[in-house]
Design a protein around this ligand. Structure first.
Ligand SMILES: CC(C)(COP(=O)(O)OP(=O)(O)OC[C@H]1O[C@@H](n2cnc3c(N)ncnc32)[C@H](O)[C@@H]1OP(=O)(O)O)[C@@H](O)C(=O)NCCC(=O)NCCS
Length: 437
């Protein structure tokens, strides 16, 4: 039975100004920059006036794709910036090219007149017109900014703080060998870049949301500038499972911050990254991190379903706190939906609203096999109505359509469609993005 029809604008939660599809700013020119240097001053000003040290600036400049990025200028001065990165990211069922947006900044004296909106709109329109990436993604300094542009919260992390008193693990052999003791080596990350890259590359396809890292992105992931340590010691790397000449199967990047309580050492152990490709390496890495001499609290940002919460005897003590990470949005609905895999077979018509990209507006028929989907425009009646923001939120399989419907952000027009779609879009394990861009 079909529910009473409701209009699309009813579910379009995004506050829409008069017309978001056209420029509302006058007097600015928009063009691709020649190099990172044209971005640097506005970026530094926007983020608090910090000057990037030369080593960091070099890496940011190497990653930068000037031909794909955009700046707004007036009277020869850069007033606003947007960097665009060509990413290859894991999505449910495989990998998909993703347009990564970063360094959206506007000079403080040019704010609140629509420059950010215009940079985003021009970027999405350009991607569409040139038939490039069908999905865009970004990290945001403030979560309230990008929903209006159709970006939905797609991955989450939990910050865990494991106290010294909760080191007990609930593993049994063979996952937790105690004799011989865990085979973990501590090395300078610069000495094991190739092994880290190999382990990371292997880990990508098990979890959506992880971008591939070429040499430059990996150099950035391993960057350890004294100016950015915030009082911690240098970055260290643990490799697990590298016995008898066998390749390592897991690594942890971490640093220690000296801390004393009543004259006892209680150093904070900050885990920047931990990836392991088998349970033994995973358990051994955590065992070693929790057993570090002088160690107090171990702090890490982990996937919401990370095994550490099943590994600790007392997971409550880690007090996990969830936060949003990556925001995604379809640039082209049909290609975006056809570019990922699905967990169940569905045949659905989605009525889609889009505040910025008019080519996405309308009804789309999504037919999925167990692993793949196809999507095309249709005139058939809608089963679900939603905006691109909701499609972005569920794209990596970590946000539930049922949850969004309970918040009034998705409307079900055919009984059963919501449940079926929720199953199809869901992915286990949950997505996680370890790279900020
Ligand atoms: C965030 C920033 C880029 C906004 O630039 P801007 O040119 O002033 O933004 P616009 O004028 O295009 O604003 C577009 C809309 O976003 C809203 N908006 C802008 N900044 C916002 C913020 N920090 N939080 C919530 N909404 C914001 C505006 O109110 C406007 O709303 P509307 O749709 O109701 O009209 C700018 O303030 C900045 O450079 N901040 C520091 C760097 C930063 O945080 N960048 C974001 C990186 S992800």
């Amino acid at each position: 039975m079909r529910h009473a029809p409701r209009t699309l604008s009813h579910v379009c939660e995004v506050p829409l100004p008069v017309d978001q599809t056209r420029s509302r700013v006058d007097g600015y020119d928009f063009r691709a920059p020649d190099s990172w240097d044209q971005f640097a001053d506005v970026v530094a000003l926007a983020y608090g006036g910090y000057e990037a040290v030369p080593e960091y600036r070099k890496i940011i400049g190497d990653i930068f794709e000037p031909k794909r990025s955009l700046l707004a200028h007036r009277a020869g001065e850069t007033c606003a910036t947007l960097a665009l990165y060509s990413l290859d990211m894991s999505v449910p069922g495989g990998r998909q090219p993703i347009a990564g947006i970063g360094y959206v900044t506007v000079d403080p004296t040019h704010r609140r007149r629509g420059l950010m909106r215009d940079l985003i709109r021009r970027t999405l329109t350009g991607l569409h017109d040139r038939g490039e990436e069908a999905v865009a993604a970004l990290h945001t300094t403030e979560p309230a900014i990008y929903g209006r542009f159709g970006f939905g919260s797609a991955t989450r992390a939990v910050r865990i703080r494991i106290p010294r008193s909760s080191r007990e693990l609930s593993t049994r052999p063979p996952a937790a060998p105690t004799d011989p003791p865990p085979s973990v080596r501590v090395l300078d990350p610069a000495r094991c870049g190739a092994e880290i890259t190999r382990i990371y590359e292997h880990a990508i396809d098990r979890r959506p949301g992880m971008p591939r890292r070429d040499g430059t992105w990996m150099r950035r992931a391993l960057l350890d500038l004294p100016e950015r340590r915030g009082g911690a010691g240098r970055l260290l790397c643990m490799l697990a499972g590298a016995d008898d000449g066998e390749p390592a199967t897991g690594y942890a990047l971490y640093s220690l911050t000296a801390h004393w309580e009543n004259s006892y050492p209680r150093y904070e152990v900050h885990v920047r990254e931990l990836f392991a490709n088998d349970p033994t390496a995973y358990v051994n890495l955590w065992r070693a991190l929790l057993d570090i001499d002088l160690g107090g609290t171990v702090i890490a940002d982990r996937p919401v379903d990370d095994a550490i919460l099943a590994l600790l005897d007392d997971p409550r003590s880690a007090a996990p706190v969830a936060r949003d990470q990556l925001y995604t949005r379809p640039v082209d609905v049909a290609r975006a939906l056809a570019g990922r895999g699905y967990g169940a077979e569905v045949d659905l018509v989605l009525a889609v609203a889009d505040p910025i990209c008019p080519w996405n507006v309308g009804r789309w028929r999504l037919r999925t096999g167990t692993y793949e989907g196809e999507c095309a425009r249709t005139s058939a009646p809608a089963d679900l109505a939603l905006t691109v923001r909701e499609l972005g939120a569920v794209h990596l399989g970590g946000t539930s359509l049922t949850q969004l419907a309970a918040a009034g952000r998705v409307v079900e027009h055919r009984a059963g469609a919501l449940r079926a779609a929720t199953r199809a879009f869901h992915h286990d394990p949950a997505p996680f993005c370890p790279t900020v861009f």
